[in-house]
Design a protein around this ligand. Sequence first.
Ligand code: ATP
Ligand code: MG
Length: 212
Amino acid sequence: METEKTNHASPPAPSADAHRQRMARRKEIQDQRIAATTADKGLIIVHTGPGKGKTTAALGMVLRSLGHGYRVALVQFIKGAWEPAEKRAFAHWGEQLAFHAMGEGFSWITQDRERDIAAAQKAWETALRYIVNSDCRLILLDEINVALRHGYLTVQQVLDGLAEKPALTHVILTGRGAPPELIARADLVTEMTAVKHPFKDQRIRAQPGIEY
Ligand code: ATP
Ligand code: MG
């Protein structure tokens, strides 16, 4: 009993001197880290995994970029994935933001593989025009990973396109099941984990402001 108590006791509070010393050391390390950072770099960003938040996190970066006055392009690879509320909000940004919903005919309802491939390829062509244009600072390729997973686009095609992007351009690729080759190439990869979801766990339908 006695031993257990000792094991769980919090450590004694450090003296003011020890605390000062520790903080000074931490600041020194932090300063070294900051000094060691390199110049800016356009990032390849991947949001994947089964949890919610892949598209919304990407839209957060779109909002930040717009706030900095950067030009942004959004290409939506799957129809209806997130309209219409964002579309309305984005209309206020005029020329600064290009929005393309390219999923026409690319859905689970058509069951027409040839048509889906053609739609995905067309979306990719549009995306590529923005990727190579240095006026555009951020490009969001929403749900492109799903198109890759279905083989509507090849990973090589996408990697070749990303290789052409200007040095400061950021590209975000969202969707479940990002291919390992893309993850290997990316600079920033976040995998969303589904801990709880109101639809899956409580059959609560998609709600405005939260899902669309
Ligand atoms: P969001 O657009 O909300 O950020 P997402 O991009 O991470 O979600 P998608 O795979 O694009 O997720 O799925 C889009 C829709 O599916 C959203 O309405 C979302 O709430 C819902 N969804 C996401 N994850 C789950 C889950 N684990 N179970 C059930 N529905 C989910
Ligand atoms: Mg999404």
